[in-house]
Design a protein around this ligand. Structure first.
Ligand SMILES: C[S@@+](CC[C@H](N)C(=O)[O-])C[C@H]1O[C@@H](n2cnc3c(N)ncnc32)[C@H](O)[C@@H]1O
Length: 322
């Protein structure tokens, strides 16, 4: 059967199906196609399959429908870290963004439409303007693709991946669509983000691979112990005060160090996160693993990406627990 006949057969089926069952039938067809892609269309080391990229793009567009341009919920209290290198502590100079949901092109469009500013007035009413610092609360699509196709460990036994602070679930979708993982777990303290990502997991029939837990990581020691790969992307810096961050980092590091052989992927470097809260901790159990070669390899297979990718990919750090 060719594609045209398949389409015509589906139309015929549709025409004899009772109206009340048509929506469920369409949902079933959709879930079948996602399942087929997941089982038969895994990515090669060099790139991501077209179908998987399309699903990720569709998830991104769904997230745009559910989130405002700054991708925050009113229920969240996002703070500026004390020792922040951004914005010199001036809240007007900061714009929260989410590089996964709204990429650079989306933000440029929003700026052109006047929904979003790239500069702010330092002295109200004057022309004394300065650039706004953009703080992204998630990995970009590029970072997701790079991590999932080049940094996740291969081998015969598939890893369990844990994203501490999974937010929209960006990394979890990427790992499921492009990587080889046994299971992905996202722990997210925000109920709004946990519910949003659960809805998408459900919509794209990804429940077998992705579990979202709505909780504080402090209550989730078991999940850290199960994980072969732990992801921590700017996880506490903008969401907790220094005292809370110190407690959270100590807890996570204590648990991660109990799992020799596990992989830890962070943004920024762990030492930088600890320095920003003046926290001392013996990190000798974390062996840094250079990702230079992986970046070069990724850029070779994605030549259109260039300087922008290079900068964002270099923010990623990888460690092996010894
Ligand atoms: C910068 S976002 C990271 C998003 C995601 N990992 C990614 O890279 O796309 C950090 C997330 O961590 C969550 N978070 C902060 N403190 C947490 C905690 N104690 N337990 C669980 N999640 C937490 C925040 O609500 C936020 O959604």
């Amino acid at each position: 059967m060719d594609l045209a006949s398949a389409k015509s057969a589906v139309k015929d089926l549709f025409s004899v199906l009772p109206a009340q069952d048509q929506a469920s039938f369409m949902e079933w067809i959709h879930s079948q196609s996602v399942e087929t892609i997941l089982t038969s269309n895994k990515v090669t080391k060099n790139g991501c399959s077209e179908e998987s990229l399309q699903i990720l793009e569709s998830i991104r567009l769904d997230l745009q429908d559910s989130l405002p341009i700054d991708c925050t919920f009113d229920s969240e209290s996002i703070t500026l870290p004390k020792a922040s290198e951004v914005c010199a502590g001036d809240i007007r100079a900061v714009q929260h963004v989410d590089s996964f949901v709204y990429d650079e092109d989306d933000l440029n469009l929003a700026c052109a439409d006047g929904k979003f500013a790239q500069s702010y007035c330092r002295t109200c009413g004057s022309k004394d303007i300065d650039d706004i610092d953009f703080i992204s609360h998630s990995f970009s699509v590029e970072q997701v693709k790079f991590i999932c196709t080049h940094l996740l460990p291969g081998g015969s036994s598939l890893p369990v991946l844990l994203d501490i602070g999974s937010r929209t679930g960006a990394l979890l979708y990427g790992a499921t669509l492009f990587g080889s993982v046994k299971r992905c777990i996202g722990i997210e303290i925000s109920t709004d983000f946990a519910n949003l990502s659960r809805r998408l997991v459900d919509k794209y029939s990804l429940e077998e691979s992705i579990t979202i837990i709505n909780d504080d990581i402090l209550h989730c020691a078991d999940y850290i112990q199960q994980a072969d790969v732990v992801i921590m992307n700017n996880v506490f810096e903008f969401f907790c005060n220094t005292e809370q961050q110190t407690r959270l980092w100590r807890f996570c590091l204590e648990k991660i160090r109990e799992k020799p052989g596990a992989v830890l992927i962070t943004v920024p470097a762990v030492q930088q996160s600890l320095s920003s809260i003046s926290m001392e901790y013996d990190l000798s159990f974390l062996k840094p693993r250079s990702i230079e070669e992986d970046i070069n390899h990724y850029l070779l297979s994605n030549p259109s990406k260039g300087a922008l990718s290079l900068d964002t990919l270099h923010r990623i750090h990888m460690y092996i627990v010894e």
